[in-house]
Design a protein around this ligand. Structure first.
Ligand SMILES: Nc1ncnc2c1ncn2[C@@H]1O[C@H](COP(=O)(O)OP(=O)(O)OP(=O)(O)O)[C@@H](O)[C@H]1O
Length: 608
């Protein structure tokens, strides 16, 4: 239960990282806050010192009428000085609080910025592990205001420490025996606080996933995304019960810790009270015996309680500092995450125009935490300007292959090359600029139509003509022009004047987004799954013109659209089981041929 010296000294280590953070967020504000806090402490101590001088003076003047009259002027002088110092203390405290708040806001925004910077650059693999969510959530929990709090606390701690030291000197001047009594009144409280701060922190770490589950349930019940199914399947009561059960467990565990802490605090507080009253009895006895003055007794009663209050504040600040140190550790843990798919030391230049294009050479891959490989021995190539199609049953690894192609993951075996050079030698950002991608689970941004398309090439100017061309190529221009504010219509009802559009219309916008970027390759993962047959037909009728004769990799389950590809790969259980042109694959009479005939049969059936 007794914290080790390391526990007590560790928080100082946090300062090494906190100070640069504060400096980086706003050096001016950091200087001003420090200056004002030093002034505050200075004036506080000065007021205390002057008060002591005043008491000493009045004590010497007591009982001597001749000097009392002369000393009055001095007394008044001290009163004025003490008053002045107290006033200055109050003013600097107010200003210091203001500066601290300004700094806290600046630091909070700065930390948010840093967390976002890490989050958007983290490897996709991080999302596969609950550890990523744990770290992110804990970093969030640690709060973006803590760095500013640490410094504020430290200053308060120094101020209270100095003031307490001054009061201790006064107490010892009455009787040195009062010092151990004061320690008994303060120290056990500190140990109890430190112990429970650590205990609570450990408990919160263990409960991160449970808290996340509860937040997820809360989100399920309140977000509009799930409102339809929740009502149709009447899941509300079931989810509410699950949520209440989780929250109940979290509440009970937390209350148990608080109860234990309260019990110990009562014991410790009682010990302090006993110490105080024992000392009071001792001093009263000493006074009655004539060994101490009544003044000592009064001073003791005034000062001891003040010392005790200061001691308690000190304890609170120390445990707060310790808590800040623990939680800041979580923030730094997240900020220390470095992507593995990072810039090589000497990146090769991505060729302006490609000769050979992309090649997969015996590529194998396994998701983090998966028992089985998702891709094995993949050999595949996409030449510039070539339209390649990937087909295969659900779960055969098509989307995974795209993720590797875009370097969202690196292969575990084999390599992927661009014009013969391993893609790991290129800067990931420059390499990814080669691709426009429309994922199966493309994003629907709560932004205007124009922004939704412009996000496809955020480096471009976002001028209306280029946005419109992309929309026309994606077959989206028609419905956009019918929207109340055309390209400026905000999509989603989250904001004023927002508009909801259909899934197929969202997919057309996602296509327009992919078409906007002047990339070398375009990758389409079931790009027309929500389009009506006519829109789909139009899309593929003059597909090569629409994509400006770029290289393309397309995944589709509709083999009628796949047949227009220059080359087709058929995947099964993470391997390429067949490849060739449509005609070659039909002649082979393998998997592709069987699938194609099945689909064609249904269409023929309908024609009859
Ligand atoms: N993030 C992931 N972590 C672990 N396993 C995954 C992950 N994503 C996909 N898988 C697994 O990898 C396999 C291939 O998935 P993938 O999404 O590549 O298939 P697909 O061929 O695109 O399927 P579909 O036709 O349904 O889109 C599946 O068995 C799936 O369970």
């Amino acid at each position: 239960m007794i914290p080790s010296p390391r526990t007590i000294l560790e928080p100082l280590g946090t300062l090494r990282r906190v100070l640069p953070l504060l400096w980086a967020s706003s050096s001016k504000c950091a200087l001003l806050t420090t200056f004002l806090m030093v002034l505050e402490v200075g004036f506080g101590l000065a007021a205390l010192y002057l008060l002591k001088q005043l008491v000493d003076l009045v004590t010497t003047l007591l009982g001597d009428e001749a000097t009392a009259a002369q000393g009055m002027e001095q007394v008044l002088g001290y009163v004025a000085l003490t008053g002045g110092a107290t006033l200055a203390f109050m003013v600097t405290r107010a200003l210091s609080n203001l500066a601290k708040e300004a700094q806290a806001l600046l630091v909070a925004d700065y930390i948010d910025g840093k967390v976002h910077e890490r989050a958007v650059s983290a490897d996709l693999a991080f999302y596969e592990s609950p550890r990523y969510f744990d770290t992110l959530e804990r970093a969030r929990e640690s709060g973006n205001q803590r760095p500013a709090q640490v410094i504020g606390n430290l200053m308060m701690l120094s101020r209270n420490g100095l003031m307490l030291a001054a009061v201790v000197v006064l107490l010892v001047s009455i009787d040195w025996l009062l010092l151990p009594v004061l320690l008994v009144a303060i120290l056990p409280g500190l140990l109890v606080r430190l112990h429970f701060t650590r205990h609570l922190y450990d408990w919160q770490r263990r409960r991160t996933q449970m808290e996340r589950k509860a937040s997820y349930l809360d989100w399920l019940m309140t977000s509009n995304l799930h409102a339809k199914e929740l009502r149709i399947y009447q899941l509300g009561d079931h989810l509410r019960a699950q949520y209440a059960k989780l929250r109940g467990q979290i509440r009970r565990e937390r209350l148990q810790i608080t109860q234990r802490r309260t019990r110990l605090e009562v014991v410790v507080g009682s010990a302090a009270a006993i110490a105080f009253f024992t000392s009071l009895a001792y001093l009263a006895w000493q006074t009655a015996e004539g060994h101490s003055s009544v003044g000592d007794l009064v001073l003791f009663m005034l000062i001891f309680q003040r010392a005790q209050t200061m001691g308690q504040e000190l304890v609170q600040q120390l445990s707060k500092l310790y808590e800040d140190h623990l939680y800041m550790g979580l923030l730094f843990e997240f900020l220390d995450i470095r992507p593995e798919i990072a810039e090589p030391n000497h990146p090769a230049a991505v060729p302006e125009s490609l000769r050979e294009g992309i090649r997969f050479e015996k590529v194998g891959f396994q998701y983090p935490g998966s028992a089985e490989p998702t891709l094995s021995d993949i050999d595949l190539s996409i030449r510039p300007g070539q339209v390649v199609a990937l087909v295969g049953v659900n779960g055969s690894g098509k989307t995974t292959l795209i993720k590797l192609l875009c370097r969202l993951y690196d292969p575990a075996q084999g390599r992927i090359t661009l014009d013969g050079v391993d893609i790991r030698n290129y800067s990931p950002e420059q390499y990814r600029n080669l691709f426009s991608v429309i994922f199966q689970d493309y994003s629907q941004y709560a932004a205007s139509v124009k922004e939704n398309i412009h996000f496809g090439d955020i480096q471009s100017s976002g001028e209306q003509p280029s946005i419109m061309t992309a929309a026309i190529n994606a077959g989206a221009d028609d419905f956009i022009s019918r929207l109340p504010r055309g390209y400026d219509t905000p999509l989603t009802r989250m904001f004023d004047e927002g508009q909801e559009i259909s899934i197929g219309q969202w997919q057309k916008l996602a296509l327009a987004r992919a078409f906007l970027r002047k990339s070398t390759f375009i990758i389409l993962d079931e790009p027309t799954s929500s389009l009506d047959p006519e829109a789909e037909f139009e899309m593929f009728e003059n597909f090569r013109e629409r994509i400006n004769h770029r290289g393309a990799l397309m995944i589709s389950h509709r083999l009628s659209t796949v047949r227009m590809a220059d080359y087709i790969y058929v995947m099964d259980q993470g391997r390429v089981c067949e490849s060739g042109t449509h005609e070659e694959l039909i002649r082979k009479r393998g998997t592709y041929c069987k699938l194609f005939n099945k689909q064609a049969f249904h269409y023929r059936d309908a024609e009859v």
